[in-house]
Write a protein that binds this ligand. Sequence first.
Ligand SMILES: Nc1nc2c(ncn2[C@@H]2O[C@H](COP(=O)(O)OP(=O)(O)OP(=O)(O)O)[C@@H](O)[C@H]2O)c(=O)[nH]1
Ligand SMILES: [Mg+2]
Length: 473
Amino acid sequence: MNKITTNFSKNTFHGTEETIAAISTPFGESGIGIVRLSGPMAEPIARRLFKPKKNQSLFISHRFHHGEIIDPSNGHSVDEVLLVLMRSPKTYTREDIVEIQCHGGYLVLQKVLELALAKGARMAQPGEFTKRAFLNGRIDLTQAEAVIDLIKARTKEGIDIANQQLRGWLNKEMVSLKERLINHLSLIEAHIDFPEEEIEAIPQSQMKQDLMDSVQKLEEWVSTHEEGRVFREGISCAIIGKTNVGKSSLLNVLLKQERAIVTPIPGTTRDVIEEVLNIHGVPVRLMDTAGLRKAKDFIEQEGVKRAKERLADADLILLILDGSRELDGDDLEIILEIKEKKKIVIVNKKDLPPKVSLEEIKKRFAKDPLVSISAIKNEGVENLKEAIYSSLIHRNIRVSPEHLIVANIRHKTALTQIKEGLFNAVKGLEEGTSLEFIAFEIRSALDSLREMVGETTNEEVLNRIFDQFCIGK
Ligand SMILES: Nc1nc2c(ncn2[C@@H]2O[C@H](COP(=O)(O)OP(=O)(O)OP(=O)(O)O)[C@@H](O)[C@H]2O)c(=O)[nH]1
Ligand SMILES: [Mg+2]
């Protein structure tokens, strides 16, 4: 497989030939919209399209310039704009960048982009500006990934985790670990290559201690992943139950808005209704679904089918039972169907005289949390939120920009591999195994490290990462 070697470690300018351009703001109407260019032609293109209000022929870098974009084919003004030229290397991509702030109409932006393309830029691919920042060594791969996490974050905690990664804590730790591993490795390899020569005896206990400290640190970071992932990606949570138990009422009370239609008629909800709820920083994608029963018509049948698909895919099920009616065949069928799923059992309508014994339900669902609520009276709903949160977040993990949290599975996998390599090396040192073996383990840890930060990452992985970006970032 193709490996890409980046300049990340060398911190040098990459200098790609092509100049890329894109609209960097969302489609639609807005106050302003930005067209962005990066590459060697950015400035020449800007000079050809931009007519300054005053004579600003000097085009000072990192300053705003007020003027117009002119269509060179007819000399007509396209828009009055502010233009910033940022000359390399102190730019996002480390290349020359031009950002043109236009009025935010899509056609205006499209026209400015077209003119830039006609003058020699090419359309940027998704995430290509950030990819260049990475290839040109300004940020490492974990930081590039943090950019997308920051854009996609849905809670403050998600932002904190992305920011801490973007500022480069993982990067700094990895740079320091890499240096130490290279030192250990060179000592060992020198000894292997020239055993007869006078080489300082390897300070084994010091090496062992350092490797053990690293193993311990890596272990700590890896252990933050389970919770970190939940904060970063959120979870999908399907509200499941037979008809009329109060699924849609629960969705509404959780969202504090009348999002779904609620009626006393069984079979009201047909389509899946999705909304995101923030529970202490965890983005929970709630899905209200059609009540599960033998469907009465084709539309309901389709609704039940969709509900079952969501049931199968959801990370967590909120199973609702109606406490004011005895359990019936429909309930039992659902209970059987979700036996293996991670779930919270909710007994709703506690404002009505109970027909279901909570004790019996507790016995039936010994392993699952049980919450009794009244969706209509908004009682017990906070307890339910706490139950959802604690079913996902088991440790009292602090999310802040200062705390190291590994939210990305790719990082967790790499850190685990590094840890395993170093653990084996420590074991080898303890057991007096051959130096070749210890060198091999340290080298394999280094390989995983380099792959993680993007020094040697295969193209497929890179593409997968940058494909998640929007165009213009
Ligand atoms: N007394 C009482 N009634 C409730 C409660 N929750 C829901 N209801 C009523 O139960 C009926 C059904 O509520 P929905 O929220 O539409 O139930 P559903 O499970 O979404 O029903 P389907 O979409 O048909 O599957 C409505 O008349 C609600 O007002 C509750 O906590 N107490
Ligand atoms: Mg409903």
